[in-house]
Design a protein around this ligand. Structure first.
Ligand code: KIV
Length: 272
């Protein structure tokens, strides 16, 4: 079997462009490890984001700023080993692309070479255009990220909805056009008014993936730990939980503890 036919069923950036054209919504979730990536890929997800939210949900940091390029590559390698179909996009972490396009390219090349990922995501618009341009010039697909960009949290001061005011909304629409012109294959729109997200989506040909951006976008992304209810203390309005795994898992571990202490586990059938 040739390499081409082996990968024929994979989701590519071209698949996403076609999905937008055909009006088919794009599904995207985060994953950071082999086991979770296997589940979401088998479930049929279109795009897996190895997000720098790993800094929060995997490492317990308050923000996404501390995670390093080496750590992102480690997560991406684990995900890639599991995935057969989804497009895998990896976040360039804070400090690896801002203000230095050569550094951005070197960071993106490390991710692509060392993990085997299919694309990278970069937060920001005009301010990081040189970095985006250089990464794309090396043949590396780039997904943009506008609206609430968590790597700039100390500039924003809060995680509240962005671009509610006209000036910031105008800037976002102009950044959309720029990202398309630079050749981004898609863009994440995080926590902006639904009407603005709809307008932004209609203004470009590249697909938009929303998180807290309403329904008039080309797809949706959620952090998998939020979707599954593992992170039970995080309750933004945009989040729909499909499970309450925090309680399920805690209950299971409590039952295990009880069984161990009561000598119920292991029983005769569970030993050699
Ligand atoms: O890192 C992440 O999980 C993200 C999503 C919230 C889009 O960037």
């Amino acid at each position: 079997m040739s390499a081409v036919s082996k990968t024929a069923k994979r989701i590519t950036t071209n698949t996403l462009a076609k999905m937008k054209k055909d009006g088919e919504k794009i599904s995207m979730v985060t994953a950071y490890d082999y086991s979770m990536a296997k589940i979401v890929d088998h479930a049929g997800i279109d795009v897996i984001l190895v997000g720098d939210s790993a800094s929060n949900v995997m490492a317990g940091h308050e923000t996404t700023l501390p995670i390093t390029l080496d750590q992102m590559i480690y997560h991406a390698q684990s995900v890639i080993r599991a995935v057969k179909k989804a497009l895998v996009v990896v976040d360039l972490p804070f400090g690896t692309y801002q203000g230095n396009s050569k550094k951005a390219l070197a960071s993106a090349i490390r991710i692509m070479k060392e993990s085997g990922a299919h694309a990278v995501k970069i937060e920001g618009g005009a301010i990081v255009q040189e970095s985006i341009k250089r990464v794309i010039s090396a043949g590396i697909p780039v997904m943009g990220h506008l609206g609430l960009t968590p790597q700039s949290i100390y500039k924003f001061g809060t995680y509240t909805v962005r671009a509610k005011e006209e000036e910031e909304a105008k800037e976002l629409l102009s950044d959309m056009k720029l990202l398309q012109k630079l050749g981004c294959f898609g863009v994440v729109l995080e926590k902006i008014p639904a009407a603005l997200a709809g307008k932004a989506t209609a203004s470009v040909e590249m697909p938009t993936i929303g998180i807290g951006a309403g329904s008039d976008v080309d797809g949706q992304v959620l952090v998998i730990h939020d979707l599954l209810g593992i992170t039970h203390e995080f309750n933004p309005r945009f989040l729909r939980r499909y499970l309450n795994l925090y309680d399920e898992m805690k209950g299971a571990v409590q039952r295990y503890i009880t069984d161990v202490k009561s000598l119920d586990f292991p029983n005769e059938k569970e030993q050699y």
